[in-house]
Design a protein. Structure first.
Length: 233
């Protein structure tokens, strides 16, 4: 089972946080989150390898620092297309399966990845870890890699389940707290800061001053965006 992390151009990362974070802050935050994800995958036992799908030079360099494979893209065609391209590549190479994780789940741990691998059934098989709101698919393991079409987007958890069932597969569902939290909004940042831990992303938010700027989000999430906007220079 190969793990795959699609990464678009890091200069465009986390655009939905633009009202609260500057472009430099968004890029640095995404880099920290991506490092957290790659570190967890690198430490997980049972993976055949880890690949980053990207055309971004910084992401390529980061993958190289962790000793990971890079599957190149000529252009950014989105998360869905990147995952599908990786699945085709791995299927052609005879890989047993593919575990897809986004680069913005900084609380993921090696132990959670190992839980997904342990729960995954013999092929044909699909295992899903939903986002906290159960709209997105924050981890998808598939055997063989291209056993179902990838339907990543704002709402993909239910569509992925339906796609599996159309192939006669009953998907395995795991709800895991680390993988469940993906970072897209100021409210997500507040949830990340409220969680215990010392991930790279959490440290960056604190050391950069962003956490202090977003402090109201911990008790009043709906006011967070306004408070954050006022703090960006």
């Amino acid at each position: 089972m190969w793990a795959v992390v699609p990464v678009k151009d890091m200069s465009d990362a986390k655009a939905r946080l633009a009202p609260a974070l500057s472009p430099t802050e968004r890029r640095a935050l995404f880099r920290a989150m991506l490092e957290d994800v790659l570190s967890a995958l690198s430490q997980a036992e049972g993976l055949a390898g880890v690949a980053v799908v990207t055309r971004d030079a910084e992401a390529r360099a980061l993958a190289g620092r962790f000793g990971l494979r890079v599957i190149g893209e000529r252009e950014n065609r989105g998360h869905r297309a990147a995952a599908a391209a990786a699945a085709r590549c791995l299927a052609e190479e005879g890989a047993e399966g593919m575990l897809q994780v986004p680069g913005d789940v900084p609380l993921v741990s090696a132990a959670e990845i190992e839980r997904v691998l342990a729960a995954h059934r013999p092929e044909p098989a699909v295992t899903l870890v939903p986002s906290e709101d159960e709209r997105g698919s924050n981890c998808l393991a598939a055997s063989p890699p291209d056993v179902i079409p990838f339907l990543f987007g704002d709402v993909s958890f239910q569509p992925h389940q339906r796609a599996a069932r159309r192939r006669g597969i009953t998907p395995t569902i795991l709800r895991l707290p680390g993988l469940g939290l993906d970072i897209d909004t100021v409210e997500d940042l507040a949830r990340l800061l409220a969680r215990p831990g010392e991930t790279r992303a959490q440290r960056y938010l604190k050391e950069s001053g962003i956490a202090a700027r977003l402090a109201p989000a911990r008790t009043h999430p709906r006011q967070a965006a306004g408070a954050a906007i006022g703090g960006v220079s």
